[in-house]
Design a protein around this ligand. Sequence first.
Ligand SMILES: [Zn+2]
Length: 101
Amino acid sequence: MTQESLRVVVSLDPEAQSFRPSAHNLTASQAVDYAQSLKRDSVEAKIADQPKKHRTENPNDCRQCKKTADALTAELYNSPGAQDRSEQNLAPATGGKEPSA
Ligand SMILES: [Zn+2]
């Protein structure tokens, strides 16, 4: 029996400026597809590892997903990788579709 590793997808609530659970129990490729479809709608999304299957059906009611979303929100404001990034472009790389006028 092969157990594929699972992923959680969280999306950024633009009003609250915080992540909230969007989907869970996804395979890696499902998660990528889903995150890309969110990004196409201009929703910032992140994929996180999910160590084991969540039993709650609705990710919005899922405590484990909320924890993940909270942790990613905290990272957003207190990013340990922020120093690396500040040397590069200030704009977040969301697909490189900026007009180069
Ligand atoms: Zn969950």
